[in-house]
Design a protein around this ligand. Structure first.
Ligand SMILES: CC(C)(COP(=O)(O)OP(=O)(O)OC[C@H]1O[C@@H](n2cnc3c(N)ncnc32)[C@H](O)[C@@H]1OP(=O)(O)O)[C@@H](O)C(=O)NCCC(=O)NCCS
Length: 389
C-alpha cells in the first residue's frame, strides 16, 4: 500500500482514478505517509497515536472522513494512495436576509501527496472530486440536505486552493512576546479583576446559551444591514475540547514530569470579557505558540464601556503572556483582531502591528450558496483560531 512503482504512474486526470473514503488500515497508511510533513517533534508511532486520540474527540469522532485518491481497479487494502486529505463535518450558522439557520459544513485538512508522486495532478484531481462530494457528504440530516460551504486553512499560500473554489479570506493576526518586565507600572498587570479560566469556566462563560443567542441575533441583524450571506462555524465547546486534547497530548509526551496545562483562558466577569486559548507545541521553540482560540465580549455602547472593555482585554492578554512564558512559548497570537482588541494590544506593546499572512494558515472558504439562491457574496464571521482543524 505504501510502496509503489513510480515508473508506471497514472495521469492525474486518468478515468481510472477515484476519490474514496479510506478503510481504517488505509487511514493509518495515509497518516504514516504524511508523517514526514507533520509529525513535528513526535516519532511516527506517537504521531499516529496523536491522530487517533484526536479522532476520538466529540468534535471529530462522527464526522471525520479520511479521503484517498486510488485506482478504482485495485482491491481495498492493497490500493496505492496517490493523494489524501481529511474532511470534518461541523455545525454552522447561516444568516441571510434577516433569517438565521443551523446548517452543516465541512472543514478540510491534511491535504497531502507523497513527494515522489508530486506534480502529476493528483492533489488537483482529489480536490476537484472532493469539492463536489462535500456538497452532500454526511448532510442527510440537514434540512437543506446539502452544505453551502466548506473551509480550510492553506499553508501553501493563497492561489493553490483558490483554483478549486476555496477563496482566501481575511487572514491577519497580532502577536505579543512573553518578555514583559514583571511589575511594570502600566496599569494592566495590576488589574485584579482578571482571572484564569479553567475548562469548565470556558464552557460556562464562552459557550452558554446566551452567548450563542447573541451570536444568532448579531448575524441576523448583519444580514439585514448589508447584502450577502453571513456564516460562522458554531463556536461550541467541542471545538475547545478538541484543541485541548491536542495540547494535552503534546504536554504529556514532551513534559511528562509537569502537571497538565489546566489554565485554558482568562476573563473578567465584571467587564464580561473572556478568551480561551490553546498551546501549540511545534518542531522548534519558535513554533511553540499560545493561540487565542476565541474572544467573547459585548460591543460597548458608551465611551466608558469601551475603555473598560479595552482594559479588561489588555489584562487578559497579560495573563496569556504569563502562560506563554510559563510554557516556554515564543509568543501569544490571535487571529483577525477587532479594532477594540488592537487598542488593547497597544496598551501592552505600542509597536505591535497587524500582520497579513500570505503563506500560512490562509482562511479559505468555498461557497456554493449562489446555486441555492443565496447570492454570490458571503461574509465569514468569527474567523478565529477555534475554527482551525
Ligand atoms: C501541496 C501538495 C498536496 C500538491 O500535490 P501535487 O499532487 O503535487 O499537486 P498537483 O500536481 O495536483 O498540482 C496541481 C496544480 O497546483 C500547483 N501546485 C502544486 N503545489 C503547489 C503549491 N505548493 N503552491 C502553489 N501551487 C501548487 C501545480 O503547479 C499545479 O498547477 P497546474 O495545474 O497549473 O500545473 C503536495 O505538494 C504536498 O503534499 N505538499 C506537502 C504537504 C502540504 O503542504 N500540504 C498542504 C497543506 S495546506
Amino acid at each position: 500500500m505504501i510502496a509503489a512503482d513510480i515508473t508506471a504512474l497514472p495521469a492525474g486526470d486518468s478515468p481510472g482514478l477515484v476519490l474514496v473514503p479510506a478503510t481504517p488500515a488505509e487511514r493509518i497508511a495515509s497518516i504514516k505517509l504524511n508523517s514526514i510533513a507533520w509529525k513535528g517533534p513526535l516519532d511516527v508511532e506517537t504521531y499516529i497515536a496523536r491522530e487517533n486520540h484526536l479522532f476520538q474527540q466529540r468534535l471529530t469522532r462522527d464526522g471525520l472522513t479520511c479521503w484517498i485518491l486510488v485506482d478504482r481497479t485495485e482491491p481495498e487494502g492493497e490500493r496505492t494512495i496517490y493523494s489524501s486529505c481529511e474532511s470534518y463535518r461541523k455545525k454552522a450558522l447561516l444568516a441571510y436576509d434577516g433569517k438565521v439557520e443551523d446548517v452543516g459544513t465541512h472543514g478540510v485538512g491534511s491535504v497531502y501527496c507523497r513527494p515522489e508522486f508530486r506534480g502529476k495532478g493528483y492533489a488537483k484531481r482529489m480536490l476537484e472530486e472532493l469539492s463536489c462530494k462535500l456538497d452532500t457528504w454526511q448532510m442527510e440530516k440537514e434540512s437543506r440536505g446539502r452544505s453551502l460551504f466548506s473551509v480550510l486553512f492553506s499553508d501553501i499560500g493563497r492561489s493553490f486552493y483558490a483554483q478549486f473554489g476555496w477563496r482566501p479570506f481575511l487572514s491577519s493576526h497580532m502577536s505579543l512576546l512573553p518578555n514583559f518586565k514583571d511589575g511594570e507600572p502600566d496599569g494592566v498587570a495590576c488589574d485584579s479583576e482578571a482571572r484564569d479560566l479553567f475548562a469548565e469556566d470556558v464552557q460556562s462563560r464562552l459557550c452558554n446559551d446566551q452567548v450563542l443567542t447573541k451570536l444568532r441575533e448579531r448575524m441576523r441583524v448583519a444580514s439585514q444591514q448589508s447584502p450577502g450571506a453571513k456564516i460562522a462555524i458554531l463556536p461550541d465547546f467541542d471545538h475547545y475540547v478538541w484543541h485541548w486534547a491536542r495540547e494535552e497530548f503534546y504536554a504529556q509526551k514532551l513534559f511528562s514530569q509537569r502537571d497538565p496545562p489546566v489554565i485554558k483562558g482568562a476573563g473578567n466577569d465584571k467587564a464580561r470579557v473572556y478568551c480561551a486559548w490553546t498551546r501549540n507545541f511545534g518542531e522548534t521553540p519558535e513554533d511553540n505558540v499560545l493561540y487565542i482560540l476565541r474572544w467573547v465580549y459585548d460591543d460597548p455602547t458608551s465611551p466608558e464601556q469601551e475603555q473598560t472593555t479595552i482594559h479588561a482585554m489588555a489584562a487578559i492578554l497579560r495573563r496569556a503572556q504569563l502562560q506563554a512564558r510559563d510554557w516556554n512559548m515564543s509568543k501569544v497570537e490571535f487571529w483577525n483582531p477587532s479594532p477594540l482588541l488592537q487598542k488593547a494590544v497597544a496598551l501592552l506593546d505600542p509597536v505591535a502591528q497587524v500582520v497579513h499572512r500570505e503563506k500560512s494558515s490562509i482562511s479559505s472558504l468555498r461557497w456554493t450558496g449562489a446555486e441555492q439562491g443565496l447570492g454570490k457574496d458571503v461574509e465569514w464571521l468569527l474567523n478565529e483560531k477555534y475554527t482551525w482543524c
